[in-house]
Design a protein around this ligand. Structure first.
Ligand SMILES: Nc1ncnc2c1ncn2[C@@H]1O[C@H](COP(=O)(O)OP(=O)(O)O)[C@@H](O)[C@H]1O
Ligand SMILES: [Mg+2]
Ligand SMILES: [Zn+2]
Length: 506
């Protein structure tokens, strides 16, 4: 007998509909699966068989042939276990074929018959909804929240294979959905008010958040670089509706726990360690092409602490997504394009010893030069903002006065973003050079300053565009359409030359 069960698979962050066709017939007992299954998928036989036996069902002692359609792409992982089990039960006459038609199934089976959480439920349920809008997805109970975010209608959940049998054989109702996790109070985001002093670095955070300018923080250990970077996400507005869904898809595909309610609304903050592998940074790793850190940070912040310690291959691989806002991952058998629009924040010591105040550094000139060369030039060039973060003074650290709060700074950031939005271009950091004269007009005095910098060779043509974009953001933050000398001066201050950083004042 032939059975056909609706299911899905995920590649990168995109779901695709899959039909699991099962034939149980005469011939020598055996099991064949075709239609480009990967290794995990091929092993489904053993999991499904054990799960069925544990559930008190009989594995057909006949010839079982499985086809995963369409045959054109590789099917990965264990999400096809559940539809496969249902297909076998239909093809061997245990479940009535008609009862299965109204549903689609995704889920991994444990040997004991439990239905396990899968990665990518959100993209898969989305794909099921567009392929078979009238069918009801049946998903592992642990995936309910993310399935509901994207499902247009009802979603049913199961926790064990015997739940499926109760419904489809015995005619029982579907199990109740598990209680929503208490709409818990998310851990409070670290507040800028905790940062003492550091007026320049604080300003840089504000500008970065307002104009989406990538930010490099350079300074000795203990200066507060990590502390500052952690407070940048709090300055960003909540994700817009479209981005929230994209981010939720990525986090679902990556298997990251989603917030109560399912939809990711706050910009993510990811801080991979420099020992992270290339694959974990950019994505790939299995036939399903899991999203990497640069995609998990989509819509939010990618923080690379100790930037110089990241392998050159990783740094190189980040250039394309920083340029295009998406990352393309190709493996021998598949390729995927995943969202990867991040605000990049790097932190670095100025030299191997950490340096500090002028004269404190004990490194040789050669050691310093070598260290800085590791911060690959092309990546360094992506940072519109490069600021020096000196160790806070004792007075600052012990002083009573706390800094401005995240909420206060964020309200200025939101106003500045609104101004940019009304001008009709994207983030200020992406204003095309050809538009700068229109949208970021300089006053005559401001023009004199940049002319001077160009003439003295301190600014290249490309550097000039970056300065103008940053100055545009500085002007937006004070509510001005015109960009004047003060704005340009701030922009120039935030472009320290790392090669000369030892000479920079604290
Ligand atoms: N400006 C500051 N205000 C308050 N505390 C600070 C400041 N700078 C550093 N600290 C304290 O020092 C610790 C180390 O800072 P950290 O951000 O890890 O420095 P870095 O990343 O530059 O090495 C912080 O956790 C914080 O307790
Ligand atoms: Mg640090
Ligand atoms: Zn040094």
């Amino acid at each position: 007998m032939l059975a056909s069960v609706r299911s899905a698979n995920v590649l990168g962050t995109t779901g695709r509909a899959v039909t699991v066709e099962v034939h149980v017939g005469d011939g020598l007992p055996g099991f064949t699966i075709v239609g480009l299954p990967d290794t995990v998928c091929r092993e489904a036989r053993d999991r499904v068989r054990a799960a069925m036996l544990s559930t008190g069902l009989t594995w057909p002692n006949r010839r079982v042939t499985v086809n995963l359609a369409p045959a054109g792409f590789r099917k990965s992982g264990a999400v096809l276990d559940l539809p496969l089990a249902v297909g076998i039960l239909v093809a061997s006459g245990v479940i009535d074929a008609e009862r299965v038609q109204r549903y689609c199934f995704v889920g991994e089976l444990g040997l004991d018959g439990t239905v396990r959480r899968v990665a990518g439920a959100a993209p898969m349920v989305a794909a099921l909804g567009s392929e078979w809008p009238e069918a009801v997805p049946v998903v592992p109970a642990a995936n309910l929240v993310e399935a509901r975010v994207v499902a247009s209608g009802a979603v049913e959940v199961v926790s064990t294979l015997s739940d499926v049998v109760s419904v489809l054989v015995e005619g029982m109702p579907w199990p109740d959905a598990p209680a929503e996790p208490a709409a818990g109070t998310a851990p409070p985001e670290a507040d800028l008010a905790d940062v003492r002093g550091q007026p320049l670095a604080r300003r840089a955070l504000e500008i970065a958040a307002a104009g989406h300018h990538h930010l490099l923080l350079a300074g000795p250990p203990g200066a507060g670089k990590t502390m500052l970077a952690q407070r940048l996400a709090g300055l960003l507005p909540p994700l817009d509706a479209h981005t929230a869904v994209d981010v939720t898809m990525v986090h679902s595909a990556a298997g990251i726990a989603l917030p109560a309610g399912g939809l990711v609304r706050r910009p993510p903050w990811r801080a991979p360690h420099h020992t992270a592998s290339l694959i974990s940074m950019v994505g790939g790793g299995s036939d399903a092409l899991r999203p990497g850190e640069v995609s998990m940070a989509h819509g939010g912040i990618l923080f690379l602490d100790e930037l110089g310690e990241f392998p050159p291959a990783v740094i190189d691989a980040l250039r394309q997504p920083l340029e295009e806002g998406v990352i393309r991952v190709s493996r021998a058998r598949a390729s995927a394009t995943m969202p990867a629009r991040v605000l990049l924040v790097g932190a670095t010591n100025p030299c191997p010893c950490g340096g500090g105040r002028p004269g404190e550094c004990s490194c040789s000139e050669a050691a310093r030069a070598k260290y800085l060369r590791r911060l690959s030039g092309p990546l360094l060039d992506r940072f519109d903002l490069r600021v020096w973060v000196g160790r806070p003074s004792t007075e600052h650290l012990l002083g009573e006065q706390s800094g401005e709060s995240t909420a206060a700074v964020r309200s200025r950031v939101l106003e500045a973003r609104e101004r940019a939005h009304l001008r009709g271009h994207g983030a200020n950091s992406t204003i095309p050079a050809s538009m700068l004269d229109d949208v970021a007009p300089l006053t005559a005095d401001a023009l004199d300053i940049v002319r001077g910098e160009l003439e003295r060779g301190r600014l290249s043509g490309r550097g000039l565009h970056r300065i103008r974009r940053v100055a545009r953001t500085v002007a937006d933050l004070r509510g001005s359409e015109v960009v004047d000398t003060a704005d340009v001066t701030v922009a120039l201050q935030m472009r320290i030359d790392l090669g000369r950083v030892g000479a920079v004042q604290v």
